[in-house]
Design a protein around this ligand. Structure first.
Ligand SMILES: C=C1C[C@]23C[C@@]1(O)CC[C@H]2[C@]1(C)CCC[C@@](C)(C(=O)O)[C@H]1[C@@H]3C(=O)O
Ligand SMILES: O=C(O)CCC(=O)C(=O)O
Ligand SMILES: [Fe+2]
Length: 384
C-alpha cells in the first residue's frame, strides 16, 4: 500500500479515537512516518514558488503616538497608509504589550500543545463552534489539511467584568489550567487595547474622525487563536496555513523567532523575518470592505520546516455580530471619494457563518461571499 494512503488516524496507546467529525490528527505519530499522508499535500500553486526575498514593509514606532507627539503620529499614519494601500501589512514596535506577558503567552502554547492528545481532545472544538482545540482541521476538511494544531477562543463582548477567557480554560480544561487562562485573559485584554489604538491610527491615516473605528469595534467580540506548527518531514509539500486573507477586520499576530509567515506582495511571496519586540498587524477582509477597498486585505500564508516547531498567536478583531459592514456615513466623502460601492452591506455574523458553514476561507473569501449573498438574495432565487 502506498505509504501516503496510510490513515493518519492517531493510534495513541489508548487505541484509535474517532471524534464526531471524523479522524484525529496526532502530529507525534505522523512525524514517525517518512512521508506525509496525501491529505496534507497541497496543490503546487499554493506551495510554490517559495519566498526568496523578504517583505519590505514598515516597522511603525508607536512611542510618539502614545505620548501625544503629533509629528511622530503623522509619520506613523503616513507609513500605515502607504502599507495598507499596497498590501495591508505592517509591524509595530513600542506597542505597550509587556514582553513578559508575550513570552508567557508564547510559552503557554508549548504547555498546551505538548499535552497528551487525550488532554487536548478534552478541549476539542465541537461542531458548529469556533472555540476549542483542532488538529489540522481534520474534523472539518478532508484535503489540503494544514500542518498545524490550533486552540481558539473568544474574547470580550463589552460585558464587565470580562473573565470570559479565564473561565473558558478552567471550565473546559479544569483547575490545572487556571494560570494558562489568566495569562490568555491578560494577553487578550492587551491585544484588545492595542487593536483600538491601531484603529485610531487607521482612522487618522484615512482622514476620518479619529475615534470612528475605535467606537465601531470597541464592543466587538474578538477571536484569539494559538497556532502550533510541528516540524514536518516533507515541508515543501504541505502548508502550515494555506494562502488566505483573514475574513476578520484586523489581525495582531505575535510570531516566535522561527519564521514561516509569508505575504504576497509585488506579485510574489515574500518572507516576513521575525523582529524581536515587534508584532505584525494585517488588514482583513472586513476592514477592506469598511474602507471600500482603499486598504487591502493582506494575502498571506505560513510555511513549515523540517526541524523546528513554530508558534504564533493571532488575535482577530471583529465588530459586534449585528453591526452592518459598510463605509461609515460620517466618512462617506473621505472613504468613497465619489467612487461606487465595491461590496454589499453585510453583518459580521453573516460573514463568519459563511466561513464556518459554507466556505473554507482562502484567497478570495470576500469575493465568494459577495457572490453568495447576491445569488441567495436574487429575485430569481425561488427560496428568496
Ligand atoms: C474567521 C476566521 C476563520 C479562520 C479563523 C478566523 O478567526 C480568522 C482566520 C481564518 C483562517 C485562519 C484563514 C485560513 C483558513 C482557516 C480555515 C484556517 O487555516 O484555520 C481559517 C480559520 C477557520 O477556522 O475557518
Ligand atoms: O502563523 C502565522 O504566521 C499566520 C497564521 C495565520 O495567518 C492565521 O492564523 O490566520
Ligand atoms: Fe491569517
Amino acid at each position: 500500500m502506498d505509504s501516503r494512503t496510510s490513515s493518519f488516524l492517531l493510534c495513541p496507546p489508548s487505541g484509535n479515537i474517532e471524534n464526531a467529525g471524523g479522524v484525529i490528527f496526532d502530529s507525534y505519530s505522523l512525524r514517525q512516518q517518512t512521508r506525509i499522508p496525501k491529505a496534507f499535500i497541497w496543490p503546487r500553486s499554493d506551495v510554490r514558488p517559495a519566498a526568496i526575498e523578504e517583505l519590505d514593509a514598515p516597522v511603525v514606532d508607536l512611542h510618539g503616538f502614545f505620548h501625544g507627539d503629533e509629528e511622530s503620529t503623522l509619520r506613523a499614519t503616513e507609513l500605515i497608509a502607504e502599507a495598507c494601500t499596497r498590501h495591508g501589512f505592517f509591524q509595530v514596535v513600542n506597542h505597550g504589550v509587556s514582553d513578559l506577558l508575550t513570552r508567557a503567552a508564547l510559552d503557554c502554547i508549548d504547555d498546551f500543545f505538548k499535552l497528551p492528545l487525550s488532554d487536548k481532545l478534552s478541549a476539542r472544538r465541537k461542531p458548529g463552534s469556533m472555540w476549542g482545540y483542532s488538529g489540522a482541521h481534520a474534523d472539518r476538511f478532508s484535503s489540503k489539511l494544514p500542518w498545524k494544531e490550533t486552540l481558539s477562543f473568544g474574547f470580550g463582548d463589552g460585558g464587565c467584568p470580562d473573565r470570559i477567557v479565564a473561565d473558558y480554560f478552567t471550565s473546559t480544561m479544569g483547575k490545572d489550567f487556571e494560570r494558562m487562562g489568566l495569562v490568555y485573559q491578560m494577553y487578550c485584554e492587551a491585544m484588545k487595547n492595542l487593536s483600538l489604538e491601531i484603529m485610531e491610527l487607521l482612522a487618522i491615516s484615512l482622514g476620518v474622525q479619529r475615534t470612528l473605528y475605535r467606537e465601531f469595534f470597541e464592543d466587538g467580540k474578538s477571536i484569539m487563536r494559538c497556532n502550533f506548527y510541528p516540524p514536518c518531514q516533507e515541508p515543501d509539500l504541505t502548508m502550515g496555513t494555506g494562502p488566505h486573507c483573514d475574513p476578520t477586520a484586523l489581525t495582531i499576530l505575535q510570531q516566535d523567532h522561527v519564521g514561516g509567515l509569508e505575504v504576497f506582495a509585488g506579485n510574489k511571496w515574500r518572507a516576513v523575518r521575525p523582529i524581536h519586540n515587534a508584532v505584525v498587524i494585517n488588514i482583513g477582509d472586513t476592514f477592506m470592505a469598511l474602507s471600500n477597498g482603499r486598504y487591502k486585505s493582506c494575502l498571506h500564508r505560513a510555511v513549515v520546516n523540517r526541524h523546528r516547531e513554530r508558534r504564533s498567536l493571532a488575535f482577530f478583531v471583529c465588530p459586534r455580530e449585528d453591526k452592518v459592514i459598510r463605509p461609515p456615513a460620517a466618512a462617506e466623502e473621505q472613504i468613497m471619494g465619489g467612487e461606487t460601492r465595491l461590496y454589499p452591506d453585510f453583518t459580521w455574523a453573516q460573514f463568519v457563518d459563511f466561513t464556518q458553514r459554507h466556505y473554507r476561507a482562502d484567497v478570495k473569501t470576500l469575493h465568494s461571499f459577495t457572490n453568495w449573498l447576491q445569488s441567495s438574495s436574487s429575485p430569481t432565487d425561488p427560496l428568496a
